[in-house]
Design a protein around this ligand. Structure first.
Ligand SMILES: [Zn+2]
Length: 94
């Protein structure tokens, strides 16, 4: 009786540890997803603002029109092909 009566602490702790690891990983993935979504939303809002002020589709460096295929590939593209190699002011995610 006495031999099997005491609960083994390891069995009580392990599931909680495993759940904690999953929760931590899930939380990190969720944070990363939200950060990316926020960045995409900011890019969309910047593109809408550019449409409003008439600068949409113009290279932010030279002011020339951004080539149509570049805009088709990335609607928030802000640079023409000639200036695409220049360092970007912000990440382009959309
Ligand atoms: Zn340019």
């Amino acid at each position: 009786m006495e031999h099997g009566a005491a609960p083994e602490p390891e069995h009580a702790v392990e599931p909680a540890d495993a759940a904690g690891e999953v929760t931590g990983s899930f939380a990190r993935e969720t944070d990363a997803f939200i950060a990316e979504a926020d960045a995409r939303l900011a890019a969309i809002e910047a593109a809408i603002a550019a449409v409003d002020d008439g600068s949409y589709g113009r290279c932010e460096i030279c002011g020339n029109p951004v080539e149509a295929p570049r805009l088709a590939a990335r609607l928030s593209e802000r640079r023409c092909a000639a200036h695409d190699r220049a360092p970007l002011a912000e990440p382009r995610l959309f």
